[in-house]
Design a protein around this ligand. Structure first.
Ligand code: ATP
Length: 296
């Protein structure tokens, strides 16, 4: 009987591992929006850039031919600069980051990095250059170490800890009984929204990409966490070309340019000061949020 047990045990192990891997893949697909991959062009070039200038040039896009989402959207993120996009829910803000990551191809116009159309680049090299801190970070059912190292699997423990320190999550991890080996995710330790975002920031610091996309969470974190995370992001955004999809205007007052998007069109654009002076939509949004802050 024991002879039978060993293989059965082994099979049980294999089954659990496969289930585990499938659960991760499932989450990954959900993360990637579940759709067909765009393909590399024959002869696609490898992007190899330390610094990046990003240009959205008259971008038209729809997820389906029946419904256009973006209409002639243009803006440029200068090398090391920051562009913030604001606008009502459904305006098309997150769609811009999906297009930059090339989950989809534009229908009209182009997105260029250092003058090269991203459709002419290999997806692998494009995505290596971009670090995304998403609205809602999905953690893998694995150790916290794995979750941080995900962006750079060759990273040493020392590098991982330095990234975690920079993201202000190292002390939290060290206070856990199993430290970096703590299992997180659905079947492990549940992390708060702010903690998950710090894991994503640590992951991005470790990946060290020249382009950063920060999709701000709609659900408000508590003010202190929000402030801390904001400081960390400002630090890692320095020297990187950054696209911020913002819900709280207080986080973008220093952006080089703010784009106000409405139903897929650029309604207003300029710096925070210029937009306040203009006294249009942005100024109204700003006043509303300021009033909310004082009463809330
Ligand atoms: P929010 O502030 O709520 O995150 P957003 O401005 O980021 O909104 P997007 O996520 O860019 O909005 O979505 C723009 C529009 O595209 C929405 O009307 C949405 O329903 C639609 N949309 C988003 N993803 C898909 C998809 N995968 N397939 C079809 N339509 C989609």
């Amino acid at each position: 009987l024991t002879q039978l047990y060993a293989p059965l045990n082994f099979l049980g192990f294999v089954y659990r591992e496969i289930k585990h891997a499938l659960a991760d893949m499932e989450r990954m697909f959900r993360l990637m929006d579940q759709h067909e991959e765009v393909a590399d062009r024959p002869g696609a070039r490898t992007l190899g850039a330390r610094r990046a200038q990003i240009e959205f040039d008259q971008v038209d896009f729809g997820y389906t031919p029946q419904r256009q989402i973006l209409f002639g959207v243009s803006f440029t993120i200068p090398e090391g600069g920051t562009v913030a996009v604001v606008g009502a829910s459904g305006a098309g803000k997150s769609t811009l980051s999906r297009l930059l990551f090339r989950f989809y191809d534009v229908d009209g116009g182009a997105i260029r990095i250092n003058g090269q159309d991203i459709r002419d680049l290999t997806q692998e090299s494009l995505r290596r250059h971009i670090g995304i801190v998403p609205q809602d970070t999905v953690l893998f059912n694995d150790t916290i170490r794995y979750n941080i190292a995900y962006g750079n699997p060759q990273a040493s423990q020392d590098e991982i800890e330095r990234a975690a320190q920079a993201a202000r999550i190292h002390d939290f991890i060290m206070a856990l009984p199993e430290g970096y080996q703590t299992q997180v995710g659905e079947r492990g330790l549940k992390l708060s929204g702010g903690e998950k975002q710090r894991v994503a920031i640590a992951r991005t610091i470790l990946k060290n990409p020249p382009i950063l996309v920060f999709d701000e969470a709609t659900s408000a974190l508590d003010t202190r966490t929000e402030r801390d995370i904001q400081d960390e992001l400002e630090r890692i955004a320095r020297d990187r070309s950054t696209l911020i999809i913002a819900h709280r205007l207080s986080t973008i007052v220093n952006a080089d340019e703010i784009i106000v998007l409405g139903k897929g069109r650029v309604l207003e654009r300029g710096t925070h000061q210029a937009l306040l002076q203009r006294d249009g939509r942005y100024a109204r949004m700003w006043r509303m949020q300021q009033a909310g802050r004082q009463t809330g």
